[in-house]
Design a protein around this ligand. Structure first.
Ligand code: ASP
Length: 309
């Protein structure tokens, strides 16, 4: 079984590091965490970590998760403010707590407790774009009593496809034949405060089972939550379907969703034989992803398959 790594295009700053660590025989969780940390710290990636888009209140809330496909231990943090590396805090949840997920104040408290690096994740350019939106879209009387105003109507901004969205996802089969997944995101720009997407919800935004494979989603997290997409892909493989057929089933599940937010969602998966597949559902443009396989010098970009529901 050959080692393999799949990341989406947001993984660019970290994919080389992760591939190198896997090539040297490193463990999947270590390699994924190291790669995602580079993405989180890179302010040119506008949907992950520092530089990510803020919520409706102009605050950056970050989500991240890791899952170990051997033990099925996972660690996730959601709506975390003020820390540079949510992926490492998620990993500490996995390794140091009897819990699987922490959110908001509790996640920040835990981050402080383990000495996680703090950061002001709202970079000036994101603040400028948010402020322009605030001046333009928030009625004058609401601006006066801000932030004690109803946000429900403004929340429609969160589904504006022109606004930034994305996540970074890393799936790896390492030299010990163990399969791991990690994801990190700032979620949707202008989201309602406290909104969690699929990324920190293990089974929705990512899943791994070393016996079969791993999957992760980017895009409209609300869809992956409703269909339990990442868990579904791995479970369909367990039920005997090939990677290809398992993803077709998961896409069919997405087709059954009625109402709510139905936009672009991209599915990434690997299996224990070292196969992979990346499908962009409802994408308006060609998307690429990174692939590295054992024996290759480094990662290379590949186009995702495009499917419309
Ligand atoms: N899936 C992420 C979320 O819903 C965002 C994205 O990948 O575009 O928070």
């Amino acid at each position: 079984m050959a080692r393999i790594l799949v990341t989406n295009s947001e993984g660019t700053p970290g994919v080389g590091q992760t591939a190198e660590m896997l090539a040297r025989g490193g463990g999947g969780l270590d390699a994924i965490e190291a790669g995602i940390r580079l993405v989180e710290a890179d302010t040119s990636i506008r949907s992950v970590g520092r530089g990510g888009w803020p919520n409706l209140l102009g605050e950056v809330e970050l989500d991240a998760a890791m899952i170990d496909g051997n033990s099925f231990r996972s660690g996730a943090v959601g709506a975390l403010k003020g820390f540079l590396h949510p992926i490492s805090i998620a990993r500490a949840v996995l390794e140091r707590l009897p819990h699987e997920m922490l959110v908001g104040e509790g996640a920040a408290r835990f981050a402080r407790e383990i000495g996680a690096e703090m950061a002001d994740n709202l970079i000036p350019d994101s603040e400028r774009v948010w402020r322009e939106w605030f001046e333009d879209k928030v009625p004058a009387e609401d601006r006066k009593s801000w932030p004690d105003v109803p946000l429900t109507a403004l929340c429609q901004e969160a589904i504006d496809p022109e606004k930034g969205m994305d996540t970074t996802v890393f799936l790896a089969l390492d030299s010990a034949q163990e399969i791991m997944a990690g994801v990190s995101t700032s979620g949707w720009a202008w989201k309602y405060p406290g909104r969690l997407g699929d990324s920190p919800i293990v089974g929705a935004g990512c899943y791994a089972d070393s016996r079969f494979g791993a999957a992760a989603c980017t895009g409209t997290g609300e869809m992956a939550i409703r269909a339990g997409t990442s868990r579904a892909i791995v479970l369909y493989m367990k039920m005997g379907l090939s990677l290809e057929a398992a993803m077709d089933e998961a896409i069919d599940d997405l087709r059954q969703l009625k109402g709510g937010l139905l936009q672009r969602i991209t599915l990434h998966a690997i299996d224990r034989n070292g196969s992979h597949r990346v499908v962009a559902v409802n994408a308006k443009e060609q998307l690429t992803y990174w692939l590295w396989r054992e024996g290759e010098d480094g990662p290379h970009a590949e186009p995702a398959e495009l499917v419309d529901l």
